[in-house]
Design a binder for this molecule. Structure first.
Ligand code: ADP
Length: 263
């Protein structure tokens, strides 16, 4: 699953090419303003880690990038795609195209309990993307092999450990061949001893050049994998910095207060 691997179209091929640009994203739920003019640029191959207190809007940012949530305002553009302007109703075609660009890994793996690992992985490619079943199976086997789970292809999710389930969740996202991977606290539901194996897979994907936005409070992961760390609070990106700067010399008082609690 290297950048030249034909089973993927995701990983970066060159340096500073912009993959997505979001400008002024805003979102309210009733009276609650959850995103307030979020600007975000992600270049190909970049790993962006999003941190911030619970309720600050991190998940809503991911869901907006993925088309699961529709912002009330602002613009979003993926390389080669249309400029999406959320101040107007989006054409259905644009909404579908947005879904196709990224794949999300959730806090809970969300696997179908009555389907085998393999069936879970090929579900999206076959039923949503129209990939031929034999091709989807071959690609799924390769991806499962890649995360050390080839021998689990025919078992059911309940027969796997939490860490293995989450690795299948990652494979399921990869099988969609997105250009962007979104991780929403991928290890926060795991027992502590299972966190490492999942972070190791994500780190390997980052090293291979996958572009990703990761919501996590795992500081050691962020230090090792992130190109940029964003601190969000109350719907605003308060601070953007390299991991080194963010975790050792945060500039804002709100960032310092938050880091004091998690470090
Ligand atoms: P975080 O990921 O940082 O914890 P979220 O993006 O999940 O934050 O949520 C931000 C705020 O928006 C929270 O106050 C949350 O309760 C609220 N919220 C999120 N989704 C909805 C929704 N569908 N309806 C109403 N409020 C929501």
């Amino acid at each position: 699953m290297s950048p030249t691997d034909p089973t993927t179209r995701g990983p970066a091929t060159s340096g500073e090419e912009v993959l997505l640009r979001a400008h002024g994203l805003s979102k309210s739920f009733g009276e609650l303003s959850v995103l307030r003019s979020i600007d975000l640029t992600v270049t190909k191959g970049e790993v962006v880690v999003l941190i911030g207190p619970s309720g600050s809007g991190k998940t809503t940012v991911l869901r907006s990038l993925n088309g699961l949530e529709t912002p009330d305002g602002g613009t979003l553009t993926f390389a080669g795609g249309p400029d999406l302007d959320f101040s107007r109703p989006l054409p259905k075609r644009d909404r579908m195209a947005l879904r196709d660009r990224s794949a999300m890994v959730f806090q809970q793996h969300n696997l179908f309990p009555h389907r085998t690992v393999l069936e879970n992985v090929i579900e999206g490619p076959v039923h949503v993307q129209g990939v031929r079943r034999d091709e989807a199976v071959a690609a799924a086997e390769q991806l499962l092999d890649r995360v050390g789970l080839r021998d689990k292809r025919d078992v059911y999710p309940f027969q796997l450990s939490g860490g293995q389930q989450q690795r299948v969740g990652i494979v399921r996202a990869l099988a969609l061949r997105p250009s962007l991977l979104l991780f929403d606290e991928p290890t926060s539901a795991l027992d502590p001893e299972l966190v490492g194996e999942v972070l190791a897979v994500i780190k390997e994907l980052a090293d291979e050049g996958w572009t990703m936005v990761v919501v996590t409070h795992e500081v050691s992961f962020a230090r090792a994998a992130a190109d940029e760390v964003l601190f969000m609070d109350q719907g605003v990106i308060v601070e953007r910095a390299t991991p080194e700067q963010m975790f050792t010399r945060p500039q804002h008082e709100r960032t310092r207060r938050f880091l004091d609690r998690i470090l």
